[in-house]
Design a protein around this ligand. Structure first.
Ligand code: ZN
Length: 436
């Protein structure tokens, strides 16, 4: 049996963008021969948001298997930055690089040739003969734009915008490698999805206040996989936000999870995913080693008033919805898209939205780090907005996001969820629809 490679679950996604023969080895080599430099100065990295932008960026990009060169000063960390160990930014990042994807490393930049450069805030950048972007942002919004354009320094403590900017930049790295592969291969008709973009932005806040202290209601998290780890990755970084959470999963980390499970390091292979989440000993998180099914769910009800589902399995979403939590948040990924939604009493439920189970049994789901991260981050913001009393409106009940071209005004599509007469959960809204 062929040994699994850490990038095995990303390879099918790349292959969707290349027509004709392209071996696994060719794809792996393209990523592992690609160099990215990340540049930040003391001013930008002496803020929590600047540190979050850099750590998120590196955690997303390194998981693709590319080589990373950093040019940053050594600085003490202001807040927790899992999966980094220790109290210092540069040494923590270098240490992460030695414990992630074998054959890929994070090193200090010696001015060698690089393929992409990513610059933090208003850091002065050298003239480089490669694609390059500046990462800037505010508390809730993030932007990438050409490095020739002036940027503002990272200055906020609230880091949602920092994580947005990092996710925007990570997608450009992925596309840049794919374009190199495509140079020698026929390409599909929808090539424009991998075109290099000049700038892109996303705002999760639109004037939202920043909570200065928040004790979140207890929530249950179903799954300890990629989307869940992305959600905890985001929530753990929010200053003065306190979680009480129970996470359910019985799955074990394997090497193919490293490409997107944001809290996982190579040393976690063989460890339960829930134990990886708890291993950082941050926040009040209880782990339950169980995969919730119709057989065992009675052992765990009542579930918390708020339940978040990051499981890919559609019947699991129906099962949790059938327990009728007060608030249910669901998110998942499909190829290059993410779908996030929330469901309260009287609204069309998760069964109305995910009414068809089209996934084959045992089917490997193609994944890449930044897609899973967008899903987890969008769900984190959705639950946060509920907690601070600024929930999304019914018109924003679902968000379909395609993060490959965030410069496209239609990259994010908001919608209400309509009740379906054939809802597998037979929720209140669906029964009302039948009665009408
Ligand atoms: Zn329904």
């Amino acid at each position: 049996m062929k040994k699994q490679h850490e990038l095995d679950r990303m390879i099918p996604l790349v292959r969707e963008m290349v027509v004709g023969d392209c071996s696994d080895e060719e794809i792996i080599a393209a990523f592992q021969n690609f160099r990215v430099t990340c540049i930040g100065d003391a001013n930008n990295l002496s803020t929590h948001s600047g540190q979050v932008a850099l750590v998120t960026l590196i955690s997303l990009v390194a998981r693709m298997g590319v080589q990373i060169d950093i040019r940053i000063p050594e600085i003490e960390l202001f807040g927790v930055q899992p999966p980094l160990n220790g109290c210092y930014l540069r040494s923590g990042i270098l240490d992460l690089g030695s414990d992630l994807i074998p054959g890929s490393a994070i090193t200090c930049w010696d001015n060698g040739k690089v393929d992409v450069a990513l610059v933090m805030g208003d850091t002065a950048a050298p003239r480089l003969d490669c694609a390059s972007w500046r990462l800037v942002g505010t508390a809730w919004s993030g932007t990438i734009h050409p490095i020739e354009r002036k940027g503002a320094a990272w200055s906020d403590a609230w880091p949602i915008g920092a994580m947005v900017a990092a996710a925007l930049a990570a997608s450009e790295v992925f596309k840049a490698v794919v374009r190199q592969i495509q140079l020698s291969k026929p390409t599909p008709f929808w090539l424009e999805y991998v075109d290099q973009i000049r700038d892109a932005a996303w705002d999760f806040g639109h004037g939202l206040p920043i909570p200065h202290h928040l004790d979140m209601d207890q929530f249950d998290m179903v799954s300890g996989g990629a989307v869940s780890q992305a959600l905890y990755f985001a929530l753990m970084r929010l200053p003065e936000v306190h979680l009480r959470s129970r996470v359910f999963d019985n799955d074990t980390t394997d090497n193919t999870n490293l490409n997107r499970n944001l809290l996982s390091r190579y040393r976690h292979i063989g460890m339960k995913k829930i134990d990886v989440i708890r291993s950082y000993d941050i926040q009040n998180i209880t782990a339950v080693c169980a995969r919730l099914t119709e057989v065992n769910i009675h052992d765990y009800v009542p579930l918390a008033p708020s339940v978040l589902v990051g499981a890919d399995d559609i019947p699991t979403r129906w099962l949790i919805q059938s327990c009728f939590p007060q608030w249910l948040g669901v998110c998942g990924t499909s190829h290059f898209g993410t779908l996030t939604s929330s469901h309260t009493k009287g609204e069309a439920c998760a069964g109305c939205l995910h009414w068809h189970d089209e996934q084959g049994v045992g089917e490997i789901i193609p994944t890449v780090s930044f897609i899973s991260f967008w899903a987890g981050l969008a769900l984190a913001v959705r639950v946060l907005r509920k907690e601070i009393g600024r929930p999304y409106s019914t018109r924003e009940q679902a968000l379909w996001l395609v993060p490959l071209r965030m410069d496209d005004p239609n990259a994010g599509f908001w919608s209400t969820v309509s009740p379906r007469a054939d809802c597998p959960v037979q929720c209140q809204a669906s029964r009302a629809a039948i009665a009408r």
